[in-house]
Every structure is written in C-alpha cells, then in structure tokens.
Design a protein around this ligand. Structure first.
Ligand code: SF4
Length: 237
C-alpha cells in the first residue's frame, strides 16, 4: 500500500476509535469534551465538527487558536479577518448548540461576544464558559510548569520566571516581574494598551511573543480598532 494511503487509513482508524470511545463514555454517563485547533485547513468545517459534537452528546467544545510555537506552522494561522469570521461562526453555534463553547488563545473572542451581546441588549450569562474564564490569560489566573520545572505564564509562552526545583511557585506567580507585568493590562503596547477591552481581553501574550518577540506587543491577529482611536470618547468595557 502506498505510504500516503497507509497514513490516511491510519488517521481514519484513529478517528473511528476516538468516536467509539466518546460513544462508550456517553453510554456509561461520563461527560466528554472535544478539542479542535482551528487552522486555515479546517476553518470551513466547523459546522461539521459542531454537528459531530452534538451527535456525540459532548459537554464542551474547546476551540484552540494557534500561537505559532513548537511544531505549529505559520501558514496554518488565520488572518485577523479570518479570526473574526470564525468568531461569528462560534457565536452562532454557541447560541443553538446543546454543548458549551470555550476558546483558548482567543482572548479577543470575549470582545467579540461582549459587542454582540451589547448589540442585542442581552446580558452576559456568568455561567457560560466564555465569561467564567474572562479574567484568565497568560500569567493571570494561569501558570504552567514545564517537564523540567520551569515556571511559564502559559504553555504557549515559554519565558521562564523561575524553576520549581529552586523557587516557590506561589512566590513566582505573585511577585515575579514577568507575572506582575503580564497582569497589568495598562502595560500592553500598541492598541492593546489603550483598548477599551484591555481588561476583558488584553490580547494573546503568547501570540504576540511568537509573532513579534515582544510579549507585551498588541495581538497581531486582532482586527478591532479601539474606539479611542476612532471616536475620541468611549466607555471602558
Ligand atoms: S485591541 Fe487588543 S485588547 Fe483590544 S480587542 Fe484587540 S486584542 Fe483585545
């Protein structure tokens, strides 16, 4: 069998086994979560994936966006405009789906959701995943310890503020200059520093670092223009 066909058959078998495992879990009453990393290769298949998640009775659909680190390829990442298209898709799905939709490394999905709710004069439901995690971002409500003990603000932001073999994790999280700076929403550079959504969103620090080398840079994949730039006066989100 040609090598490419062998890989394709193996992928299909793996997929079928995953689906079977999810069906088994449902049968014995376990709650399940499906994870999807959105890339340019699958962004047009989100409806299909959502339908599958509904059919499998999953409790949560966790949608991750690329921070181009590790083996991630820059060509797979969406443009800022494509992020907005995917946000709209997720927003529409989340209104009807029998499962929750949660995002990773898409802090600006909160800005998108907040604006859509405001347009519809609907209150934010604090029990929904998007609002339960609204204050969480790299180094804020989140800390990552690597397999060698390095203390990172997140798994996608590999800048070490200490090592658990020598340092107190609690002390590093609370007091290290890196973590303190990351929790200061006013310390962001560019439009993330003055955006009215900087507390709710603040942009992905991991993506900023991966694409610019500056973890405080504005999120390079956000298409939003803060109102301070366009209308002079605006209310803080
Ligand atoms: S400009 Fe920055 S803070 Fe404002 S919505 Fe975009 S990513 Fe978030």
């Amino acid at each position: 069998m040609p090598k490419r066909m062998t890989a394709s058959v193996a992928r299909r078998e793996t997929f079928d086994q995953e689906v079977e495992a999810l069906e088994d879990a449902r049968r014995i009453g376990l709650e399940t979560e499906i994870r999807t990393t959105v890339t340019r290769r699958n962004m047009h298949r989100l409806d299909q994936i959502a339908s599958l998640a509904a059919r499998l009775g999953t409790r949560m659909w966790s949608v991750s966006f690329l921070a181009v680190t590790g083996r991630a390829q820059a060509g797979d990442d969406l443009t800022a405009e494509e992020y907005e298209q995917v946000f709209e898709k997720l927003y529409n799905i989340s209104r009807l789906a029998p499962f929750e939709v949660k995002t990773t490394e898409a802090m600006h999905f909160r800005r998108y959701m907040a604006r859509r709710l405001r347009e519809r004069a609907e209150p934010a439901d604090p029990s929904r995943a998007v609002w339960r995690t609204a204050d969480v971002s790299d180094g804020r409500g989140f800390v990552f310890v690597s397999h060698t003990g390095e203390i990172y603000p997140s798994g996608f932001l590999p800048i070490s503020a200490g090592n658990v073999r020598f340092d107190s994790l609690v002390h590093v999280y609370r007091n290290s200059p890196l973590f303190v700076e990351l929790r200061d929403s006013g310390a962001r550079h560019g439009k993330c520093g003055f955006c009215e959504y900087r507390r709710l969103c603040g942009g992905s620090r991991a993506r900023a670092y991966a694409l610019t080398g500056d973890y405080l840079a504005q999120d390079p994949r956000c298409a939003y223009q803060p109102c301070a730039k366009t209308a002079g006066v605006c209310q803080e989100a």
